[in-house]
Design a protein around this ligand. Structure first.
Ligand SMILES: *[C@@H]1O[C@H](CO)[C@@H](O)[C@H](O)[C@H]1NC(C)=O
Ligand SMILES: *[C@@H]1O[C@H](CO)[C@@H](O)[C@H](O)[C@H]1NC(C)=O
Length: 319
């Protein structure tokens, strides 16, 4: 009888928690502008995934904005620079990263290269979020992605903190007509259209497409960012249950030489004991039970599962 009332009290504790937290977890993206000028972030969902509540807005120097994303979201986040509205046509456009919508919202349009991209696939294989910062479509400004509160083997900061515009070879440089100097740096693929740079046609596999002297400039400056299409091994990061802070111009303009030090990945804040347990649970199940590890994303559900195991022990072991 004592066991029974203990069971009831455990259940009454667990079940509401189960329903309140819900099976659908979601993540947030906080975009922070540490550039000394306004930037205009753009957000594009992957094919088949709904656009988020905003797809483009202005973010003044020092401002931040937090956006919620459903747990299965995938897409890219970038920042447009040197944007203005044409006085005669009323159309909004940007010198870099323009998404061609003619207005603040990108509305499902991609950034015109060159643009630094932060790419996300939330709740992918094994219930993990996959993310990277990519220079495959070139570079327009430094960007850092810092996972917050997540767990996992390589749940670490990634990005490109270097001012690559200052280091860009002239054949890849983009300048604007306003005298702002180099405002973006093209990929070799965009600049020359050669399949060996684009990893296309006869060079469309990892074995037939190698880093080039151009991609190596990007890789040397930003070792954790994608520098060409098959750069996955050193450029893909994974987290379980994280929120993400995306900072534009994370540090004051740095030259390539001094910044290789600051590129060292920074461990995100150490996970609490609860989330460590959640991670281990998810790891054990990653062999096949991905739906189970998905459920493990919600900490309180993992708590509920732990409680349920305790109940099961109570019920099967007659004291
Ligand atoms: C505004 O748009 C018109 C028409 O496309 C173009 O000719 C003009 O150069 C634009 N003005 C500016 C300041 O970009
Ligand atoms: C991070 O982990 C993923 C999945 O295990 C792996 O594919 C990737 O190479 C790792 N990334 C780095 C930078 O070590």
């Amino acid at each position: 009888m004592a066991q029974f009332s203990l069971l009831i009290s455990l259940l009454s504790f667990t079940i509401p928690q189960f329903f309140i937290s819900g099976v659908i977890s979601s993540g947030t993206f906080t975009l922070l502008n540490k550039c000394d000028k306004t930037v205009w972030p753009g957000i594009l969902s992957n094919a088949g995934i709904s656009q988020l509540s905003t797809t483009g807005f202005a973010l003044r120097s020092g401002e931040s904005k937090t956006i919620n994303a459903p747990s299965n979201w995938g897409g890219r986040i970038f920042a447009r620079t040197y944007c203005s509205q044409n006085e005669s046509t009323g159309l909004f456009s940007c010198v870099t990263g323009d998404c061609g919508s003619g207005k603040l919202e990108c509305d499902g349009n991609n950034a015109a290269p060159p643009a630094t991209l932060a790419e996300f696939t939330l709740d992918g294989s094994g219930g993990l979020d996959f993310y990277d910062v990519s220079l495959v479509d070139g570079y327009n400004l430094p960007m850092l992605v810092v996972p917050q509160g997540g767990t996992g083997g390589n749940c670490t900061t990634t990005g490109c903190v270097v001012d690559l515009n200052g280091e860009c070879p002239s054949e890849l440089s983009v300048t604007d007509s306003e005298g702002d100097g180099v405002v973006a740096c093209k990929s070799a693929c965009e600049a020359f259209g050669d399949s060996k740079y684009c990893c296309s046609g006869p060079n469309a596999t990892p074995d037939t497409c190698s880093p080039s002297s151009y991609s190596e400039i990007f890789k040397k400056a930003c070792p954790h960012a994608y520098s060409y299409a098959y750069d996955d091994k050193t450029s893909t990061f994974t987290c379980a249950g994280a929120d993400y802070l995306i900072t534009f111009c994370p540090s004051p303009s740095t030259s390539q030489k001094s910044s290789s030090d600051s590129q060292t990945p920074v461990k995100p804040s150490s996970p609490d004991i609860d989330s460590t347990m959640v991670y281990e649970g998810a790891e054990l199940d990653s062999s096949g039970a991905s739906s189970l590890s998905y459920v493990f994303r919600s900490h309180s559900i993992a708590g509920a599962v732990a409680t349920a195991s305790a109940i099961w022990l109570l019920m099967t072991h007659h004291f």
